[in-house]
Design a protein around this ligand. Structure first.
Ligand code: AMP
Length: 399
């Protein structure tokens, strides 16, 4: 049986413990530099408040490895959430034990509390049952709305589910799963996938899985050079990033696409430089003219045109990974081009999905966030789900 949905659970006036994903980036002064994940949690919280529930939120932030690390406190997240909700958010200095129990006992209906970082206790990531029980003791109902950690089996999203009879998934988790699963299982065609980023390593399962459902795949970013340097292409890619031990797999993927009559497009030209720096001298090299001393750091103008001609006729587009080193200005054009073109396609009614992580960061860097059909809040989780893997946190909530 599928997990129950929040709207089908009676939460009126009850204590509801919600696992959210507030693993937000902070600068040295503890300012949140991107509040996208907090924003994404609002729908569930606001619904619970309308139901006059007592909302108890819990999350992790960073990797404190079981220690109290002041820089990884969730206090800034409580402050930002409070600004967004225009309501006080009570910050609780610990997630279990006397501090948490006392604080929760004092909460009135319609109030919101955020517990301190779950990972200040090592029992969170070891999925410790006693810790799960302690968390569960704080509430009557459990809701998981943390997509970003759904691919991990931890106490707050897996172990805890054994200690609640009333439990289910929140609106964000529901939306993420519906969007991503529906896209891969029944996309409106043609379905084009754009892959990029530095390495093939973490994405090969996804590329293989997508070879079953996508009609075309466009590959940019550093990973393209492993493909280009492997058979059947065998290009000299100069000093570009190449994962030698992935060449064989790259060749198999190319063969698989060819056998299934699908299109796998690689860059035909690159923006190259001798160093990764804002002042670097850049050139445009056709792939066949790459040479030692130069690194391919972005897709070139010809590749942009070729990718556009495939995207133009697509009805569904999934994008994961930048086309180049977009953090450094001279190598950002290819990624910017894709981001802008996806916004244009979205406005024409094409379903466009950003698989989280760096592509979501790129969209934001270009001021285009929120202008595609769906931006996933979980990089790793969305890759695993799209690759066909089961998410432990979602499975744990199945009846
Ligand atoms: P990933 O974590 O594998 O998605 O990779 C994201 C990173 O890939 C970004 O930080 C980019 O700067 C980097 N990247 C993209 N294209 C290239 C390239 N051609 N060479 C080296 N790094 C790249």
């Amino acid at each position: 049986m599928q997990p129950r949905l929040l709207k089908d659970i009676n939460v009126a006036g009850k204590k509801v413990l919600v696992r959210v994903d507030y693993n937000v980036p902070l600068d040295a002064q503890q300012n949140i530099t991107d509040d996208f994940r907090i924003e994404a949690s609002l729908e569930t919280i606001q619904y619970l408040l309308q139901q006059d529930a007592i909302v108890i939120l819990m999350s992790h932030l960073g990797r404190p490895k079981g220690n109290r690390v002041a820089e990884m406190s969730l206090a800034p997240a409580a402050k930002r959430l409070s600004e967004m909700l225009k309501q006080k958010v009570i910050f609780v200095d610990d997630c279990v034990g006397e501090i948490a129990e006392k604080a929760v006992a004092m909460l009135a209906k319609g109030s919101v509390a955020l517990l301190e970082n779950l990972r200040f206790h090592k029992e969170e990531t070891s999925n410790d049952d006693t810790f799960s029980k302690q968390l569960a003791a704080l509430a009557d109902v459990y809701i998981n709305d943390a997509f970003g950690t759904a691919h991990r089996a931890h106490a707050s999203n897996v172990g805890i589910t054994a200690h609640f009879s009333e439990k289910g998934i929140g609106f964000l988790l529901q939306k993420e799963i519906e969007f991503l699963v529906k896209t891969i299982e029944t996309p409106e065609r043609p379905f084009t996938v754009i892959m990029g980023g530095a390495k093939i390593s973490g994405k090969i399962d996804l590329i293989e899985k997508l070879s079953e459902s996508a009609d075309s795949i466009l590959i940019g970013g550093g990973m393209a050079y492993t493909f280009l340097s492997a058979p059947p292409y065998n290009y000299n890619v100069g000093n570009s990033l190449v994962e030698e031990d992935r060449k064989e797999t790259a060749t198999l993927v190319v063969e698989k696409f060819a056998k299934e009559g699908k299109r796998l497009a690689l860059p035909s030209d690159s923006i190259v430089a001798k160093e990764i720096s804002p002042e670097a001298e850049t050139r445009i090299f056709p792939i066949e003219a790459m040479k030692m001393g130069w690194m391919g750091l972005d897709i070139g103008p010809k590749t942009q045109k070729e990718f556009k001609s495939i995207l133009e006729t697509s009805k569904t587009v999934l994008w994961n990974g930048p086309m180049g080193v977009f953090e450094v200005a001279p190598f950002a054009n290819g990624t910017k081009f894709i981001a802008e073109y996806l916004v244009e396609l979205t406005e024409k009614g094409v379903t466009t999905i950003i698989g989280g992580g760096d592509s979501a960061a790129a969209l934001k860097a270009f001021g285009l966030e929120g202008r595609v059909s769906h931006t996933s809040t979980g990089g790793g989780a969305s890759l695993e789900l799209l690759s066909g893997a089961k998410l432990p946190a979602f499975e744990a909530l199945k009846g």
